[in-house]
Design a protein around this ligand. Structure first.
Ligand SMILES: [Zn+2]
Length: 402
């Protein structure tokens, strides 16, 4: 390999800068594959790469950045242009990705760093389609004003949304899928109380609803939809996964429930609401999602959604579970933010004391500053704990440079 040492050094520095000053040998090796390193050469170079990584990790972050600036020109263009690692399985048409904010309050920096920006940036990198889908099928978790403010925020900070979709406008699609699942006999309407079902689950037993015929289930489903049928809490649609699954959270999980709370957008039009583990895989199948970057807290959900994909014999999108950025001193709970706004403790969604996207926009931050932060961090499963002072020190320096 030409200029091996220089390239290995540059990648070690780049990797270290993105990971709090500590490069990882494996990451450096995989980056070198982009430069033509062959699998059967890894052994030959491993010792030297190890040595370089050790040396790089001895430097502090500032020294690493200085060194990197000096030698990065030797790297292939796409590696330095975008700080993001390559994704696997990217076709010539690019990628189809999404961001699913709940319109339940103001979007904040945590939403963007953990999901919005990484997905958006990969669509910018490869081309393709980028959907923003409002997750609003829990009528109790919807703020009518949030649709508009979230769209404004996404237009500003992401800027490449191909299409905005609203889940609650797609109810017919979800109902159609539920009927297909009922007819395939892979879901059932369970009328056990929550307590009863919990007992079955704890003892790894099937409840008696599970063995009902397809016809019986279709009748029960109609009774869920009919306002003179089952009442709220009396019936829930469950997926037949496996009541003996070692993870209790996977045992016959629910896909839809009755909730008569008035929906701010759909009003009283629906009483049966599909849950996340139905809505998300249906959208992903229908829109042909190819890659998903989501938080580590969604690992169980991804497992559940994979089961729905399997029923329809569809290939599950490539998925990466990104580590969380945990702010030690910022309020990121939408519920808490809403509460403080309605109590008048904050002047509004764009109050200068909170890390909402509208507040950052008002404070004259440029979207590029946050893009740089996400690019430098890259795809990592490692959680990062940071306080606001440290975070804004980084963001401020990016903001000056961009
Ligand atoms: Zn039951």
């Amino acid at each position: 390999m030409k200029n091996f040492e220089k390239k290995a050094c540059a990648y070690a520095l780049k990797n270290a800068i993105a990971h709090d000053g500590k490069a990882i040998v494996g990451s450096v090796i995989s980056a070198l594959f982009n430069e033509g390193l062959k699998q059967d050469e890894v052994k030959k170079y491993a010792k030297e790469i190890n040595k370089i990584v050790l040396e790089v990790n001895k430097l502090n972050l500032e020294e690493q950045e200085k060194e990197y600036d000096k030698i990065k020109d030797g790297l292939s263009q796409r590696e330095t242009r975008e700080g993001l690692d390559e994704l696997p399985n990217v076709s010539k048409k690019g990628v189809i990705m999404r961001f699913r904010p709940a319109p339940s309050g103001p979007l904040h920096i945590g939403n963007m760093i953990g999901a919005g920006l990484p997905n958006s940036l990969y669509v910018k990198k490869y081309g393709g389609k980028f959907y923003v889908i409002f997750d609003d099928t829990n009528p109790e978790n919807v703020h009518a004003e949030s649709y508009k403010s979230i769209k404004k925020d996404c237009d500003w900070i992401l800027g490449n949304v191909s299409k905005y979709l609203i889940s609650s406008d797609r109810m017919k699609l979800y109902y159609d899928y539920i009927e297909k699942l009922l007819k395939k006999g892979v879901v059932y309407v369970c009328t056990c109380s929550a307590d009863e079902f919990k007992k079955f689950s704890n003892s790894k037993q099937n409840c008696s609803c599970r063995k009902l015929s397809v016809n019986e289930n279709l009748i029960r489903w109609k009774k869920m939809l009919n306002k003179n049928g089952f009442k709220e809490g009396e019936a829930v649609l469950r997926f037949k996964s496996d009541m003996k699954n070692s993870n209790p959270a996977m045992r016959d999980f629910p896909l839809a429930r009755i909730n008569e709370h008035e929906h701010p957008r759909q009003k009283k039009k629906y009483r049966v609401w599909p849950l996340m583990n139905l809505v998300v895989p249906v959208d992903d199948m229908e829109l042909g999602m190819t890659h998903i970057i989501r938080g580590k807290d969604h690992k169980d959900n991804a497992e559940r959604q994979k089961m729905i994909f399997k029923i329809f014999e569809k290939k599950f999108p490539w998925t990466f579970f990104i580590g969380r950025v945990k702010f030690t001193d910022l309020i990121l709970s939408k519920r808490k933010l809403n509460e403080m706004i309605s109590k008048g403790e904050l002047s509004g969604e764009d109050d200068a004391n909170i890390p909402t996207i509208s507040s950052l926009r008002k404070r004259k931050y440029k979207p590029e500053a946050f893009v740089k932060f996400v690019e430098q961090r890259g795809l990592t499963e490692v959680d990062k704990v940071i306080d606001s002072k440290e975070f804004f020190k980084i963001i401020d320096s990016f903001n000056r440079r961009s």
